[in-house]
Design a protein around this ligand. Sequence first.
Ligand code: ZN
Length: 683
Amino acid sequence: MTKKFVIKAIIVSTIGMSVISACKDKAKNYAANDVIYKDLDTSVKPGDDFFRYANGGWLKKNPIPPAYSSWGIGNVVDEELRDRLKKINTEALSAKAEKGSNTQKIGDFYFSGLDTVAIEKEGLDPLKPELSKIDNIKDVNDLVDEFAHLHTIGVETPIAAGVGQDAKNSGKNMLQLYQGGIGLPNRDFYFNTDPHSVTIRTDYQEKHLPIVYKLSGLSADEASAASKQTYNLEKFWADSSRKLMDLRDPYRNYNKMPLSALGKLAPDINWKSTFEKMGYKNVDTVIVGQPEYYRALNKSLKTFTIADWKNYLRKNVVTSFGSYLSKPFDDENFRFFGTVLYGNKEQLPRWKRVLDTENGLMGEVLGQIFVKEYFSEQTKERYVNLVEAMRSTFKEHIQKLDWMSEQTKQKAYDKLAKVVPKVGYPDHWKDFSTLTIDRGPYSLNVMRANNFWHRYNAEKLGKPVDRTEWDITPQTYNAYYNPSNNEIVLPAAQFLVPGVKDEDMDDAVVYGYAAASTIGHEMTHGFDDQGRQFDAKGNLKEWWLPEDSVKFTQRAQMLINQFNGYSIYGLHVNGKATQGENIADLGGIVIGLDAFKKTDEYKEGKPINGLTPVQRFFLGYALGWLGEDRKEALSSQILTNEHAPGFMRVNGPFTDVPEFYEAFHIKKGDKMWINPDKRVKIW
Ligand SMILES: [Zn+2]
């Protein structure tokens, strides 16, 4: 259900340009529109803060706009994409398309989201049938039935269930249960003592929850009491939930059990009938991620009153759909989730928000149109070739490792050879024919789409795994490694850069930007602290000799220590929780650099705009992280995300790479200098 290996969840990056054509065209004048040269801030010494040296020029000219919590190259590309999608939607709206067609669905969805007259008039009315179901709950059995129902329309309940590949048998889909139920993004927000966490939980208890309850019809006193109980309920679960770093061990978070064992963990829930009501058919075995959470859930069924529970569920319904309701609901969701958590100063224009929602719910419909217009077979082929260049260079790196035994190496070659690249867009598209979209209410369109996705997931149970499936759309500025399929998924949008044509990017930049920061990053995820525990077929199974595992872990620990030493706004980076991403970044850089050394540009060694090929490689990598975050967004990221902040993902791993010191003449005494014995080398 959750994608554990997605990169760049907060700041997204795009990939540059021509892989083959750039080196063919030797007469090309790359200096004219040099995407890296024009962003430099030469008042900063590269050895003091490379990120700011590389990107500072752009950052000075591009402050974060009020409606954003961060602003960078990914956002600029995103803006271009929204303009394209707006055109597609506006045309769909006036197309008089056949009922049930994809064109009708996107046009009507867009219409319903922009129909603010109807939205304001309806207020909370569209949710009334759901709220009255909650009012009718009489006992624990009714309550659990309501969990099941709400689950099918995308409302969070304490039972966080989903169908996914069995980690130990990747060809089989299984029902899986996770910890969940809480309203704040992470269990730590209920306990941490840093100012950011305290501000957030204080606002949540004293402002956000009371406002939501008052808007949904409670008096001020009732709202205040309901807020306290809801917070206590969530805090109780948070206390039995695992921390981010404790979710990394795939064995500890894999507890396969028959329903009878689940019944012993949480005896007050009739699991068989609950799963049936959720739409999960014929379940006899489940994989429970965090059993102690389900023990706590069972306890909370008895220690909190039915009245407390009803209030908790009302809040979940109203906040789930608040952004699609009238202004007071929408404003409060934005105030808390946009401003308090991430520091946004104002809302995005409505049309952009509606498009973002549509993109989230029917992304593949838009994606089909997107790739037809913007991603040719020729472009796809270029990036497929770049993947192979990285694969062969990674193999050479493994061959040269002095810490890995020959036996483990042989298995590593096999796993690497079997990494499946998915480049650009899926071979077949998801079928939206059972989704009904009309001209409103907007919130009910969203609810039906949530239900569509729930059914889509639930129907996988008992069917063979579809290994051709994509978990993100081609227009997404992100990429991921899925260990169960041993695959890297690289959407088309990764290959767009604003204001620069394919042919204007030289190989150095492309290898830093695309090969190192994305392709190599994802490929090495298959061999990071988590990924290495899965074999070539995607099964959780030990294939390393124990002594090789020890040596790997020692090297990873050096990187954990390095990142534990970084902090911002008084918050320390969690080296352990971010290790997988940091291992992947460092691996992507060193493999990308050696792949680049095979190109003509490197061999010829001619500078462009005074920058050597190797300097341009490092600058190309840094371009992928061009951008900045607001204090609130960065603080929330450090507490909730397994990715370190973008600037640290440039400056951190670079200090481990000898060629970086050489290329920029970095000496002892420069801020980025670290002693050679402290530099980490894994791949
Ligand atoms: Zn990653």
